[in-house]
Design a protein around this ligand. Structure first.
Ligand SMILES: C[S@@+](CC[C@H](N)C(=O)[O-])C[C@H]1O[C@@H](n2cnc3c(N)ncnc32)[C@H](O)[C@@H]1O
Length: 226
């Protein structure tokens, strides 16, 4: 089936023996990929809007996977069903992802894996999940239409991360390829612009941004040598 590289990467990270819920499914292509190409038995695809779910239903009918992909119209984790142990959320802002998790954190006790791909504020997402007892098992980057997307796999379990480790990404910071380099360079550019724009009275934000710029320069210099 036709699926973009970003969604395929997310789909390939979903553990095969799980019962996943894709929140904000839109077209439901990720869920369809999971049952058609990865052999999962059942998945739930949910969205809080009718337009996307109409599209999802058309795709589910087209690919003839009605018996395996359950479509639910509900807000965030309200679509949780007994037995679900994996959650995917992609293509929305990090603060929206955090809100979805905060609104229904009671369900986290049943969730072993979260595969999250925030469009922004990924540090806030990482901090939230670590606070709720998850560690980062894997991180990946996918570039499509000139945009670099972050994909983070969280697993249940506690691990301590320094601010620097979490900011750079505990797995990403071990990589030394051109896409990771480009990702850090983009982040450095945006932090330098932010620093220029910050009012002088924002003392602690200025201190933090300077620290982040140093972390980024250090890692970029290191990867240039290796
Ligand atoms: C840009 S689409 C991303 C679709 C797909 N996940 C992807 O990565 O290609 C975001 C979808 O999330 C849905 N959405 C946003 N906030 C939501 C929430 N709180 N609960 C459920 N769905 C939500 C939107 O209606 C939209 O269909």
């Amino acid at each position: 089936m036709k699926i973009n590289k970003r969604l395929k990467t997310i789909g390939d990270l979903v553990p095969l023996s799980t019962y996943p819920l894709d929140i904000g499914c839109d077209h439901a292509l990720l869920s369809i990929y999971l049952v058609k190409e990865k052999g999962l038995n059942k998945v739930v695809a949910s969205d809080n809007k009718s337009g996307p779910l109409k599209k999802a239903k058309e795709n589910v009918d087209f690919y003839k996977v009605k018996d395996k992909v359950e479509l639910i119209k509900r807000e965030g984790l309200d679509s949780y069903k007994e037995g679900i142990d994996t959650i995917t959320i992609s293509g929305m802002g990090g603060l929206n992802i955090n809100k979805i998790i905060d609104n229904n954190k009671k369900y986290l006790k049943n969730i072993n894996t979260l595969i999250l791909s925030p469009n922004n504020y990924s540090l806030a997402v990482k901090r939230k999940l670590v606070k709720y007892g998850y560690y980062i098992e894997f991180e990946d980057l996918v570039k499509e239409n000139n945009i670099i997307y972050e994909i983070i796999v969280f697993k249940k379990g506690r691990k301590y991360y320094s601010y620097k480790k979490l900011f750079l990404g505990p797995v990403l910071s071990l990589k030394n390829d051109s896409l990771t380099h480009e990702y850090y360079q983009n982040l450095l550019n945006s932090k330098e612009s932010l620093l220029k724009a910050l009012p002088k009275t924002f003392k602690s934000k200025i201190r933090l941004t300077k620290k982040e710029i140093k972390y980024l320069k250090d890692i970029l210099n290191k990867s240039a040598i290796n």
